[in-house]
Design a protein around this ligand. Sequence first.
Ligand code: KIV
Length: 288
Amino acid sequence: MSHIAASAEERVTVPLVQRWKDEGRRLVMTTAYDAATARIADPVVDMILVGDSVGNVCLGFDNTLPVSMAMMNHHLEAVTRTRPRALIVADMPYLSFHLGAEDTLRNAGGFMQRGASAVKLEGGAKRLDMVRALVDCEIPVMGHLGLTPQSVNVMGGFKVQGRAEDEALRLLDDACALEAAGCFALVLEGIPTELAARATEVLRIPTIGIGAGPHCSGQVLVFHDVLGLLQGHKAKFVRSYVDGFGLLQDGLSRFAGDVRSGAFPAPEQSYRLPEALHAAVAGWTPRS
Ligand code: KIV
């Protein structure tokens, strides 16, 4: 059964995302980092996140900390050039929203001028001033709480968050504060199911879960995880729907086999010279 988005013609907007939450429609988000992945994702999902996960997924870094605004802008532009109907959310990388409101606005405003419809940033109470500044400048903000990858050094690794009472209650406080500051949606990553369920119950804005159980208003997974394109450690919350790595490598090795055996290219992949020119080309000799 195909799950092409119900309203493939309708451009997804921030108010529509809110309306879908109110109507109880589960929201679907995935990442895309270039035109090819955006074109695959667009007819299927509601929101495309140009995530700073591009750092570890595509650029070979161990985590997202080295990802810069220049890198994000490069990948965002590749996605927005495809003019997707899905809502494009651009992820604010590490240090792009930590140095003051002016810097944050310039970075986020640059995303909007490149065609994003919203930005996402990690963190709770400490980031409220930046969220307010962005919302004041007409920039829709998606919050992100729980296992926030840019805090990997503070967390001491990629560990489930919110299992202790103080952490769980702080997360609920932060979620409410982000909503009050004007966030239109909230990613909840790597937290217990019950905590995400409670946040989803108390918030009016939609929650988008990743490793946060089934009770969120929607779910997000990294494109390459959904399609099984990555090798190595896979987080517990990932479900891969195809063995993309195996499928693609199989296709590539059949290409390599055909090249080595001479079976590629065949006449269908080759161009022909008009018959009338065959003799001239065959009779040609080097000039000196
Ligand atoms: O960068 C990213 O891909 C993300 C999602 C995992 C939520 O932040």
